[in-house]
Design a protein around this ligand. Structure first.
Ligand code: ZN
Length: 85
């Protein structure tokens, strides 16, 4: 029942790596999407916060105590513009 490693991330992207001034976050599970000001997020969370941690902090539907059913929010811009390797 083991899943193959589908996300071979060797580096951790942080907020500072985000390629745009506005972060676009989208969640297929709760159907929400939105844009967030990068400078404001840096002021609130620090530029070194890993994007996975930030994603967790921002995930709308994970704040409802659904720890068994976590939010699936993603940053679509990173899929389009992130490093290919
Ligand atoms: Zn969600």
């Amino acid at each position: 029942m083991r899943h193959p490693a589908s996300q071979p991330m060797k580096i951790t992207l942080t907020l500072a790596h985000y390629p745009a001034d506005m972060l676009w976050i989208e969640c297929n599970k709760c159907g929400r999407s939105g844009r967030l000001n990068k400078a404001r997020l840096i002021a609130e969370h620090g530029a070194d916060i890993p994007l996975p941690d930030l994603r967790h902090a921002l995930a709308a539907c994970s704040k409802r105590g659904q720890m068994h059913d976590p939010c699936e929010a993603v940053f679509p811009d990173l899929v389009l513009h992130g490093p290919a390797k």
